[in-house]
Design a protein around this ligand. Structure first.
Ligand SMILES: NC(=O)c1ccc[n+]([C@@H]2O[C@H](COP(=O)([O-])OP(=O)(O)OC[C@H]3O[C@@H](n4cnc5c(N)ncnc54)[C@H](O)[C@@H]3O)[C@@H](O)[C@H]2O)c1
Length: 272
């Protein structure tokens, strides 16, 4: 059985939860991981998964057919990321797939007023966190000599600009840069590195962004969402399962010659 580590997968309704359940149903051993409210207290609590949710997602993975464990990890900490990989290896013997999914998407401010601490908070989770986790996983994958796969959950904001979102947009563009650099460098070890770029999905994070942008545009929530659907070639916003399906594909042998990609999963809304 292959083993997948998914960061930021301890919040209900999130992409991480869907990834955990889908990989479990594919028979993977799943390492569910999140910062936990205790360590994430400098972020607004409603944006952070808690350990109860993490345990419930582990239980749901087991029902879905996979083995699963919960390992708290603040992706901003190199020690936590090393521990995450070590705990996965102790539980399941080796690792095969890392999905860097942890992200913060609510610190949005007009650029001229953008606070330095907001910039650091977003970049430290969304970009530095992926660097630290990828490094810990790559060290293990190289030592195992098994090859492997790293998937970075980027965003439409990795391809296009969004107002008030300087830090988020820069972090996600940076994540694509990290993806390409690591794909080139780690290819000789049989490690494939790709990014997935979702557009609008009404997770906890997505719901906050919908409210934020609706208010900025002077629209009510549903009118804002309908506008997104109307502009989308497939006529709908994304759902978490869209991302899970794309990640299962990228992790599989079906994608064995795909690396260094930043794949849009956006219903055609983003196409470059
Ligand atoms: N929802 C969308 O519309 C959308 C669109 C594009 C990209 N994304 C990306 O998808 C990923 C998942 O987002 P989501 O929409 O499921 O939101 P979410 O809030 O449900 O998930 C983000 C998770 O990251 C965790 N997290 C935050 N800081 C952390 C840290 N320091 N260490 C470990 N975990 C931490 C949170 O606790 C949360 O569980 C994010 O990277 C986000 O940027 C989401």
């Amino acid at each position: 059985m292959k083993t997948v580590i998914i960061t930021g997968s301890g919040r209900k309704k999130g992409i991480g939860e869907a990834l955990a359940l889908r990989f479990a149903s594919e028979g993977y051993n799943v390492v569910v991981s999140d910062i936990g409210t205790a360590k994430g207290r400098e972020f607004a609590a409603e944006h952070i998964g808690n350990t109860t949710e993490m345990d419930e997602i582990v239980a749901a993975c087991q029902v879905a057919g996979g083995q699963a464990i919960a390992v708290p990890c603040d992706v901003r900490s190199a020690a936590d990321c090393a521990n995450l990989v070590q705990k996965a290896v102790e539980a399941f013997g080796q690792i095969d797939v890392l999905i860097n999914n942890a992200g913060v998407g609510y610190l949005m401010e007009p650029f001229v007023d953008f606070k330095e601490e907001s910039w650091d908070a977003v970049l430290n989770v969304n970009l530095k966190g992926a660097f630290l986790c990828s490094q810990a996983a790559a060290r293990q994958l190289i030592a195992q000599n098994t090859g492997g796969c790293i998937i970075n959950i980027a965003s439409q904001a990795a391809k296009s600009g969004f107002p008030f979102a300087a830090a988020y947009t820069a972090s996600k563009h940076g994540l694509v840069g990290l993806t390409r650099s690591n794909a080139v460098e780690l290819g000789k070890f049989g490690i494939r590195v790709n990014a997935v770029c979702p557009n609008h999905i009404t997770t906890g994070l997505g719901d906050w962004q919908n409210k934020f942008f609706a208010e900025k545009l002077g629209l009510d929530y549903n009118t804002y969402l309908q506008g997104i659907k109307d502009r989308n070639p497939l006529g709908r916003t994304g759902v978490v399962e869209d991302i899970a399906k794309a990640c299962v594909f990228l992790a599989s042998d079906q994608a064995s010659y795909i690396t260094g990609e930043a794949m849009n999963v956006s219903g055609g809304e983003e196409y470059h």
